[in-house]
Design a protein around this ligand. Structure first.
Ligand SMILES: [Fe+2]
Length: 360
């Protein structure tokens, strides 16, 4: 048995208003006045002075607004890298991602691709990155994906949806300021929070489970139940707890894996562009036979928060589209092995997956 030697986020700040410390934290990392910090910011914050006025721009620093309406793409990473190289004489001092999973993953991928040759799609997979990324900072503004703590950056490429999993992917610095999540719309709060909940269920019910993953997974699971089922938290407590649940859920899957909901949700997203949080919910809703206890609670949470999921997403799909969806899902072998064990190929068939997708 060869145990993984895992990299982690090197530094982390937690606290309401800690966003204001960003300038003090990053300034010592400035290489010279021509080497800018590049801020990749979710464009929902365009015109939001409460957020933008606190971003410490100096010298050649640049703020780039990025839409998170679609899942991040390898081509988008390549374009951002090219734009940065063409605009600035020196290689940046750092990349700072401010937003949800999409922005955090883009920041990680851009930081990697500024020091590695070729295109982002060449690095989709496990341990393909050769050189350390430039300094990169993650500041989540919605909680649940675990992107702030993970060793991957999930990207949709020309032929697959797969992460750049590498020792150079994790952030050098994360700033956890739960107050930044205060204006997240309710449905998005639910879907992204459920991403965290599903991380717990998939990790805790997986064959890769070990005490390291279990400890984090149980804590995140307990926090999710408190947030989404109990009725006794203030808004602020709920924001604080969900931010920590996301962190723990992410840590839990770091040393194990996710499972069937994620595998199938990647397939859905690849063909239909469904966003990660809602895609996971749509898939998870139909996985009773695999995660009976987890689904029972999920349905309770859905009911309590009056969430109705889209139906009939796959009703008009052509056969070739189902095939692509199924191939993308089945290519994620570690996820299936975690969920169903070493002999997973005997337990799941393409027909079975098609029948499940047809229900969605
Ligand atoms: Fe996820």
């Amino acid at each position: 048995m060869n145990y993984k030697n895992y990299p982690m986020v090197s530094r982390v700040v937690f606290g309401r208003n800690s966003f204001d410390q960003m300038g003090d934290i990053i300034e010592p990392k400035r290489l010279n006045t021509r080497a800018p910090f590049i801020f990749l910011v979710d464009d929902v914050f365009k015109g939001n002075v409460w957020v933008t006025s606190r971003i410490p721009l100096a010298y050649e620093d640049e703020l780039i607004y990025v839409s998170a309406d679609e899942e991040p793409k390898t081509s988008q990473v390549d374009e951002l890298v090219e734009q940065i190289i063409l605009t600035h004489k020196d290689r940046p001092s750092g990349i700072i991602g401010i937003g949800g999973g999409t922005l955090l993953d883009l920041a990680k991928a851009v930081a990697i691709m500024l020091t590695n040759e070729g295109e982002a799609k060449d690095y989709q997979g496990w341990d393909l990155v050769k050189r350390p990324a430039i300094y990169h900072v993650g500041i989540p503004t919605i909680s649940g994906t675990g992107a702030e703590v993970s060793r991957t950056t999930v990207l949709t490429g020309p032929d697959k949806k797969l992460g750049i999993n590498s020792d150079y992917t994790p952030f050098d610095q994360v700033i956890l300021d739960p107050e930044l999540t205060k204006d997240v719309p309710k449905d998005q709060w639910f879907y992204t929070g459920m991403d965290c909940y599903i991380h717990c269920i998939e990790s805790l019910n997986g064959t890769y489970l070990n005490e390291f993953s279990k400890t984090y997974g149980e804590k995140a699971f307990e926090l999710c139940k408190t947030i989404f089922l109990d009725n006794n938290l203030s808004e602020e407590e709920s924001q604080d707890k969900l931010m920590m649940a996301s962190w723990h859920g992410g840590m839990s899957i770091a040393y194990s894996q996710v499972g069937i909901a994620h595998a199938m949700s990647y397939g859905l997203s690849y063909v239909l562009g469904t966003k990660h949080g809602i895609g996971n919910c749509i898939v998870f809703d139909h996985l009773e036979e695999f995660y009976p206890e987890g689904i029972k609670l999920f349905k309770e949470m859905k009911k309590k928060h009056q969430i109705s999921l889209p139906q009939g997403l796959c009703s008009d799909l052509e056969d070739y589209e189902f095939s692509t969806m199924i191939d993308v899902a089945l290519a994620l072998e570690p996820l299936w092995e975690n969920a169903l064990g070493k002999h997973w190929k005997q337990k799941i068939t393409k027909d079975k997956l098609k029948a499940l997708y047809q229900k969605m």
